[in-house]
Design a protein around this ligand. Structure first.
Ligand SMILES: [Zn+2]
Length: 171
């Protein structure tokens, strides 16, 4: 993969950067460069601070994201080429923010429980199931890999409430 930014220099990009609307490409192999990217993304996520960060949010059109629901370093997780399966029919509304949409919050309706299958930073495929905050984070971050953001899913009322912040961002 040709990159024009060294992993340590990656930074978070904000809406309306076009990269945030790209459908990302699968990661072919967990190379040292991919590992360095994941480590930098974890660092940026903690600095923000946030609970998740997807590759397009640092300008890379790759199917990978990092997440940490608790903020504790031991809970850092990397999801490369993730696939999400919805478990059951329960839906839930929950307030979400996004590191690419500073100052914007919206109540988003999503399936409550999901299973995720992904490759970890050591190149091993794994599975995890959640009906709590991790499930919410995985779905939000996975949306980024398809160019989907919470502004696409928020209610007309939330759109109105965030209109000013959005307008400022969009210039
Ligand atoms: Zn986001």
């Amino acid at each position: 993969m040709a990159m024009n930014t060294a992993p340590e220099n990656l930074s978070i990009v904000h809406h309306p950067a076009p990269i945030l609307r790209k459908v990302c490409q699968p990661v072919e192999a967990v190379t040292p460069e991919i590992v360095a990217i994941c480590k930098r993304m974890l660092e940026l996520m903690h600095e923000a601070p946030g609970v998740g960060l997807a590759a397009p949010q640092v300008g890379l059109p790759l199917r990978l994201f990092v997440a940490n629901a608790s903020g504790e370093p031991e809970d850092d997780m990397v999801f490369i080429n993730p696939e999400i399966t919805v478990e059951g029919k329960a839906m839930e509304d929950m307030e979400e923010g996004c590191l690419s949409l500073p100052g914007i919050n919206a109540s988003i309706r999503r399936p409550k429980a999901v299973t995720i299958e992904a490759t970890d930073i050591d190149g091993n495929r794994f599975r995890a199931t959640s009906d709590d905050l991790p499930a919410r984070i995985w779905q939000h971050e996975n949306d980024h890999l398809d160019g989907v953001m919470i502004i696409d899913k928020m209610s007309p009322i939330d759109k109105m409430a965030n209109r000013k912040a959005l307008k400022e961002m969009e210039g």
